[in-house]
Design a protein around this ligand. Sequence first.
Ligand code: ASP
Ligand code: MG
Length: 471
Amino acid sequence: MKFGGSCLVDRSAFKKILKILELYKDEKKIVVASAFSGITELLLSTAQNVNNSRIIEDNVAILEKKHFSMIEQIFKADTEYYIKAKDWVDEKLSDLEDAFADIKEFGLEPYYQDLILSFGEILSTYILNQYILSKGLESVYIPANKVIITNDEFNNAYPFYKLTNERTRRLIIPLLENPKKDVIICITGFIGRNKIGYTTTLGRGGSDYTATILARSIYEVGIDKNITVILWKDVDGLLTINPKYVPQSTLIRNLDYNEAKHIANFGAKILHPKCLEAIEKKNIPLELRNFNKPLQKVDFTKISVLTDKNEIKGISTVEDAVIITVISGSLVDVPGVLAKIFKVMSKNSISVSLVAQSASEISTSFIVKGPEAQKAVDALNSSGYFSDFFEIKFEDVAIINITGFKILENTTKAIIFQALEKKNIRVKALTQSTEELNLSLVIEREDLVDAIKVIHDDLCEDFEAEKLDKN
Ligand code: ASP
Ligand code: MG
């Protein structure tokens, strides 16, 4: 189970966690916790301002106050747990101050950023562990950088599963498989370590990923393969569409990994898109559940192999995309044009999200994020190859993604295009690769709201949730 910052806000939230642990009392449990709400941000902004000693002092004081006030709320004063939690915060904040001093001396290297950000989870998870202990349950605290071994990509690390499995086998399995003792294992979200021992982080919002990485490792090295990941959220789960566009949008109850990846990638930031990578090949189910409604029997989102192929799952959007088009007047069928375009993008660390090229190869369009567009265009223009032989155009656009097995049917596409025709909305580019249960349509930004509404209304019948709600 993973509890995010919004599940760790005050005394009553901690009580809810306890209630949830009791609900699942017959299961073996690993609890992954995020930093308290706002802490990761605060750590980051402090690290970026190390030259201002006033800011460091003030922010460390805020960190201390936030954690101490939580401790005051959730523990009886002067109990063993209260004292241990307070001592922990003191000790870690003093380590944190040393790290800020190092950054002042050596600069904010990516390594230091991860070190600094790791403190949020190290503080919150230890406090949660002491809280669980104080309620008479068995619990141990394990910092994830003892277990999750990653590559060297600071700020956005990937796990090495084989190495992580070995650590899991050594450190976690004996606790999980001990028949005599029922221990709740509390593990910090978000962090790992590389092979030489430096702390890494899995990317912002990465605690979801921690939970799925651990689930996968336990699956691979443990005896019991009946594992579920539950991410406790402050919403019921994934919605078919952002309610900002369509207020009557409904909950998606079942979807498969592939569908979920599309929706997580484009849609509401409820699920970290990377985290499905860890579990999909093992078919480990993942549930998104509302922290305030732990007893829900149907109103939650379950991602597993079970999906209805006759359904559209959701519609998601990218509001501020830019489409760049590279047009060649003469050089048709010259090999390597795409390679050259993407080399320029990759050299400039610009991520390309959608590519459309006609069979004639006369022009190639691709999508970049709004804020990166100018950099992308400048980079192409300053490369001699493109400025000499190609014309480069760009335009602000929005993208609509329609996801679900049903998108593979011609009739679904017919409905979508007829819907757009009613509002006179033109599709500027579109993609669907053969593997994908997703159709992406590029349209003008100002058409976005209308387009979503008509597509949603006309596809209504094909949504799983709508069918369920009618029954
Ligand atoms: N605390 C980290 C962040 O805010 C990780 C997480 O919340 O999942 O990005
Ligand atoms: Mg967070």
